[in-house]
Design a protein around this ligand. Sequence first.
Ligand code: FAD
Length: 365
Amino acid sequence: MTARERCEVAVIGAGPAGACAALAAARAGARVVLVERAAFPRAKVCGCCLAESGIAALAAAGAGDALAGATPLRAIRVVSGVRAMTLRREAGVAIAREDLDARLVDAARRAGAEVRFETSARIEPDRSVQLTRGERVSTLDARTVIVADGLQGGALDGVPGFDWRIAPRSMMGFGALLPSGSLDCPRGEVHMHVAREGYIGAVRLPSGEIDIAAAVAPAALRSAGSVAACARGLLAGVAHDADAFTRARWRGTPQLTRVRARLAAPGILVAGDAAGYVEPFTGEGMSWAIATGLAAGELAARDAEAHLAWAARHAALVARPKWRCRAIARILRSPALVAAAIAIGSRAPRPFERLAARLEGAVLP
Ligand SMILES: Cc1cc2nc3c(=O)[nH]c(=O)nc-3n(C[C@H](O)[C@H](O)[C@H](O)COP(=O)(O)OP(=O)(O)OC[C@H]3O[C@@H](n4cnc5c(N)ncnc54)[C@H](O)[C@@H]3O)c2cc1C
């Protein structure tokens, strides 16, 4: 017989969404168990730029100290072929995901959540949570389960109705950390290189290492022959250390642009990337994850019928920014539009700087 235990709120996945959900639910007085498949700190394909809305949401949740030592961002340089524009924009920070995620989990633990690493969770058709740690299998019964297992989790695979709908022309993500001198990328600047087949971003982390993250069409990845070659191709001209690219530990993602057929059912709420994702160009995924995680945790702690309110609450938080992100992704698919925008922006950056500031809407739970 497998061991069986109970809690009020179970959270699956300890990325920003899950850690913030556990933090909010524990703060609201619930008995919370946060379950994470990986050992921490763990790497994650990510551009590592947290937008102003995410910074504000963490501060409002009393978790602003998770950003200690993060590098303030002051400019974004967009390059396409031979054209480039630099927009001054003092907004957002760069921070390694290993650091941010571990600190958010610590905040949840300090608030009272019980955290279990190297434990994989799966929801059974009867809504209990099956936990697997090595050879040991146990069952967790929770009043509400918050699923925050990202794009590759599988915690909902056994529950009917939660299928993914993946956009037909969806890109795939990949990324790695490169040593300090392998690329020209001054501290505080985000570099985005845009091409027909996708885009790649680079930012210097507080440690001095350079985080590289890209979204590309699956066919482009195949024809490049390797992820390192694809990255170097997208960064044409600025990648001086070819060996660093070959030696780097590249990680990939499945197709990015997707939505869940539903976001809630009795006893289940879905938050963060597990609820759907668009594309990384606007650097908002972590902010959406933080906002929806905090809101799901708070709702689950105080409302046994949380599932009834969740889809509307989720949409109120992220529907608009996701729509905007989709619109920008569409523009990026047009080389002529990108070239025209850069040609104008390189001579007159102010309107673009003002537009970028206006476009980032607050995502506060
Ligand atoms: C190329 C790229 C660049 C990006 N750049 C940025 C950026 O600059 N800024 C930004 O804000 N966002 C960016 N994002 C998006 C951002 O990475 C995600 O939106 C964010 O990580 C979502 O957080 P999450 O907590 O929902 O999921 P995740 O961070 O994916 O966390 C999910 C967690 O669940 C765990 N897990 C999975 N399955 C199970 C299971 N069955 N049981 C237990 N645990 C499980 C995983 O191990 C993982 O730790 C980027 C994404 C990509 C692909």
